[in-house]
Ligand binder design. Structure first.
Ligand code: AMP
Length: 590
């Protein structure tokens, strides 16, 4: 391989129709993966590209794929497999845009969870390129609505995701059914042994291209972390969002329950947020992502599964609410920002005991994460004032201020001792809507301690669980609000919870306060606290067939500014859309 990479698209040997499309799209110089993959693929070679989203990999395979296809032949000649329906649609759109100057060329996306017939009709009308999820592609092959006899170009996009999602057999089947005379391009963010085996079995002497994460010309993500004790994560998150300049943010959480809990907590604080998880229906998920794309929504809380393939240029901030267990997941998560040549930031919250996991991510990604300090209430207030002052000139220019001027003049005349600057400060505080930055509170003190303390190493029990266990030793008479892992979804009624807590937990009805039942969890007030023994017994107790897994509630009731605006407000309207009422709590007792 030559050590000097082609600096312009005209050096890559592409047909003129594709050169024009690239110019129309405003691509000036090829990205690293494009500079290496395009000439090799145009040459007829197979390739293995180790590259993540945001590196320009779609054009790296999409352009040579089109060069290999004959638009005048009404048969499928190229098939791209993607892990998700969202990615299938995006890739199909991208390839169609690269084909702008190839009249008659049709790209058809096919994916599960959507009626078969319209896809079948689209294929019957004639398509040269099919982009689809493996399962649905197999369905079409089996019903002979898709024929691969003329296929000469195959792409596996995000191959590691496809295997992780259980598509290994389907991918193998599609590759085995394609004609022997074909080219294959395999793209993957990571290269586990399973992917190597796929490459060995189905690719011929592939050229391996790795683009270093940092040297990518398209991606620019500042990677930071903050040490945040588990119970302050929601408070810290709302402050981070309140001072962020990002247009939109994604908050990654590990579980469905956490998605619901964190999403609800942000909405409660007035932030324009919603959540998606495997529990939210596909159609609803798409609507939420569309709102994020259009700017109707600013913060999306998501599990890894639900956010796969998500491609929204507005995302300037990714928050890892939990540190991912695998460095690969981290890489996928941060790929959601810094897209389309924009700047992005990825902030990871680590609890004091999770810092070794962070080191593992640093080793794998070969990037040192920079430690940041969580904004204080004063930072939040200062940010709001700056945002308001930033709009002052524009507002002044718009006029219609006479009424306000007169009111102020009257006020000053009636209160001659008032200093006009003091009055301005008061009005600003009222407009900003907070109490003014107070002294540091408990949360700030704990955050400072956590930030400055030397890294604690995980021993035996890992991460959060270790932390929870420490918390459980000083519970008696302590935290009043507890969280149990059963909710509406499990058909739980308040009576069943009271029964379990008073039976197994050895409490009496008087020990219990308010019970709120949510979709996948419930919150219970136990003002007198729980002994470690009671907690132990209760964590193993089952209600509606599911373990209670009781623990201190560390979520929505955290402190942090009450009137936080996220990156932008949605006029106080709940952003839960249609799903909100179903997720609202049922009050059990009060
Ligand atoms: P991808 O990694 O294929 O998802 O591409 C990420 C983003 O970069 C997309 O919005 C592309 O349109 C854009 N892009 C791809 N190649 C280039 C290029 N050579 N110059 C500028 N933008 C590009």
């Amino acid at each position: 391989m030559s050590s000097v990479l082609p600096a312009s698209f005209s050096d890559l040997g592409m047909p003129s129709a594709l050169m024009r499309a690239v110019a129309d799209l405003g691509f000036e110089t090829p990205s690293a993966i494009q500079a290496q993959a395009i000439p090799a693929l145009l040459d007829g070679r197979d390739i293995v590209g180790v590259a993540q989203t945001g590196t320009g990999k779609t054009a790296a395979f999409g352009l040579p794929l089109l060069a290999a296809v004959d638009p005048s032949l009404g048969a499928v000649q190229a098939v791209v497999l993607t892990p998700t329906r969202e990615l299938a649609m995006q890739v199909a759109d991208a390839i169609q845009s690269f084909a702008a100057h190839l009249p008659g060329l049709t790209v058809v996306p096919v994916y599960g969870g959507s009626p078969f017939l319209p896809q079948q009709r689209a294929l019957q009308r004639g398509a040269q390129v099919v982009v689809g999820t493996p399962g649905r592609v197999i369905d079409h092959l089996e019903r002979r609505t898709l024929v691969m006899d003329q296929v000469r170009f195959l792409v596996l996009d995000e191959a590691d995701e496809m295997l992780r999602m259980g598509f290994a057999e389907d991918v193998d089947k599609v590759l085995s059914r394609a004609p022997q005379q074909r080219q294959v391009a395999l793209f993957s963010a990571t290269m586990p042994a399973q992917i190597r085996r796929v490459a060995e079995k189905h690719l011929r002497d592939p050229l391996e291209i790795t683009v270093a994460r940092q040297s990518s010309t398209v991606t620019s993500v500042r990677q930071t972390y903050a040490v945040v004790p588990f119970r302050h994560k929601v408070g810290a998150l709302s402050r981070v969002l309140a001072v962020s300049d990002a247009d939109a943010a994604i908050v990654f959480v590990r579980t469905r329950g956490a998605a619901e809990e964190v999403g609800s907590a942000l909405v409660e604080k007035g932030i324009s947020a919603a959540y998606i998880s495997g529990d939210v229906a596909q159609g609803e998920r798409e609507k939420i992502v569309d709102r994020l794309r259009s700017g109707a929504l600013d913060v999306l809380v998501a599990t890894d599964v639900a956010a796969r393939g998500l491609d929204v240029d507005r995302i300037g901030l990714v928050v890892n609410f939990d540190v991912p267990r695998e460095p690969e997941t981290y890489v996928h998560r941060i790929g959601r920002t810094g897209r389309a040549g924009r700047e992005g930031e990825a902030l990871s919250f680590v609890t004091p005991s999770e810092q070794s996991r962070l080191r593992q991510i640093e080793r794998t990604t070969r990037v040192n994460l920079e430690q940041i300090t969580i904004p204080t209430p004063a930072d939040v207030s200062a940010h709001r004032v700056q945002a308001m002052l930033g709009r002052a000139q524009e507002r002044a220019a718009a006029g219609r201020l006479d009424l306000y001027r007169e009111s102020i003049a009257v006020y000053l005349a009636q209160n001659p001792e008032t200093d006009p600057v003091d009055l301005l400060a008061v009005l600003t505080a009222l407009a900003v809507g907070d109490e003014g930055p107070g002294v540091k509170d408990d949360m700030d003190e704990e955050l400072d301690r956590a930030r400055l303390a030397p890294a604690r190493h995980e021993t035996g029990e890992r991460g959060e669980r270790g932390e929870r266990r420490r918390a459980s030793t000083h519970i008696a008479g302590g935290p009043a609000r507890w969280r149990v892992a059963v909710g509406h979804r499990d058909g739980v009624q308040p009576g069943a919870l009271v029964g379990a807590l008073t039976g197994e937990g050895g409490l009496t009805g008087k020990d219990l306060g308010k019970i709120d039942i949510f979709g996948s969890f419930s919150l219970v007030d136990i003002p007198g606290g729980l002994s470690p023994e009671a907690m132990d017994r209760l964590s193993r107790t089952r209600v509606a067939g599911r373990p209670l897994r009781i623990r201190i509630d560390s979520g929505p009731r955290n402190d942090g500014p009450r009137h936080d605006s996220g990156p932008r407000h949605e006029g106080g309207r709940s952003s839960y859309g249609a799903s909100r009422p179903a997720h609202g709590p049922t009050r059990g007792r009060s």
